[in-house]
Design a protein. Structure first.
Length: 367
């Protein structure tokens, strides 16, 4: 792999010169860092990373290549990739192409060989930092002005399905509201023989209920939860009518729909090694996370929500449960991929709640 020079320019003017790989586009966006040691393919294809430039803190990326089975969506979703070292000769029997080839196919630029430790320290100290991966011949001052004035985008509409589709099963009927869903969520549901209908993020309450779901899952996804007002309004009504599980962005949407508020994290949580305490079981689990926002705990007092999981690292809310209705949510990704799947019992808990609610209510939740 022959590499030319490429630069990363931050909004404050800090510039890194490195080696180019992947596509040739000049891209800008918020830079986040991911602390995972493995799982780069899942991260690159996770819709939660849409429109983000992703820095991998692990020093060498690409050693086991890319294969057809580990994608979390149909294509790469990140805006750009930053690494210390890119491996051009992966060694794994499942490997079908390199990261360079994958990013080139989707014209997503990568930059290697920069001081990723220094960049990570900058991101930890300053929080949200915008930057641009570009060729060396661009006007640096113009880029800094552009980055300074760049506003946050409404991105869910770009990663949600545009029309409903069905994954058949003989078990519980689950509707998934696609906010930028990872494929692993479908894997977990189909392993449990669920009949799954996936609908767009802006599908109405009436259209969702016509599928007569036993329960609804609001998936993970990218961006600011307050931007998806249509989904929040829909979920506010659905809370009264059926069982709901929220994951990631879906967790934040449930909080907003139930009267709580969300806020921006000083530093986002991206990786597969975050310890979370299960307050009910008094156990700690290692979780996968990708979030820039969290539920504001001070706004829960006037709601019917209780805290079910809490982060060990920063004590942020990692799970909620409704006091009255069969509604639960988790900020972390119980399906893992990449990372630990030891919290995939969340899906079993949800399906058990569906069965209990149907027995206790005689199936009247859909009325």
């Amino acid at each position: 792999m022959t590499m030319t020079k490429r630069q990363l320019i931050l909004a404050d003017g800090t510039t890194f010169i490195g080696k180019a790989f992947g596509g040739s586009a000049n891209v800008s966006g918020e830079i986040i860092f991911n602390t995972s040691m493995t799982g780069y393919q899942e991260i690159i294809s996770d819709p939660s990373y849409y429109d983000l430039i992703t820095l991998f803190t692990y020093p060498s990326i690409g050693s086991y290549g890319v294969n057809r089975d580990d994608f979390e969506s149909l294509s790469a979703k990140v805006s750009g990739v930053i690494v210390k070292e890119i491996c051009s000769e992966p060694s794994n029997f499942r490997s079908e192409e390199t990261i360079d080839q994958l990013l080139l196919k989707h014209n997503i630029p990568g930059i290697a060989g920069i001081d990723t430790r220094m960049l990570t320290r900058i991101l930890r100290e300053k929080g949200a930092v915008k930057g641009m991966i570009s060729n060396l011949d661009v006007d640096r001052e113009e880029i800094i002005i552009k980055l300074t004035n760049e506003k946050e985008k409404d991105v869910v509409q770009n990663v949600s399905t545009t029309r409903p589709y069905i994954v058949p099963g003989r078990g519980k009927r689950i509707v998934v509201i696609d906010m930028g869903m990872k494929h692993q969520i479908l894997h977990e549901l189909t392993e449990r023989d669920c009949h799954v209908t996936v609908v767009p993020y802006d599908y109405s309450e009436e259209d969702i209920l016509q599928f007569k779901p036993d329960g609804i899952i609001i998936s993970n996804g990218p961006g600011n939860p307050k931007a998806v007002t249509t989904t929040i309004h829909t979920v506010k009504s659905l809370v009264l009518k059926t069982s709901i599980l929220g994951i990631g962005l879906g967790h934040q949407i449930i909080a907003l729909a139930c009267g709580a508020n969300t806020k921006r994290l000083p530093v986002g949580s991206f990786g597969n090694n975050f310890p979370v305490k299960d307050l009910q079981r008094n156990q700690t689990w290692i979780t996968t996370q990708s979030c820039r926002y969290t539920v504001d705990e001070s706004t829960l007092k006037d709601t019917d929500l209780t805290i079910s999981y809490r982060s060990i690292n920063d004590h942020t809310i990692q799970g909620l449960a409704h006091k009255i209705y069969p509604v639960i949510s988790v900020q972390f990704q119980p399906e893992g991929a990449p990372g630990s799947n030891e919290t995939n019992f969340i899906f079993d808990t949800f399906l058990k709640e569906l069965a209990n609610n149907q027995m206790n209510n005689g199936g009247l939740l859909h009325a």
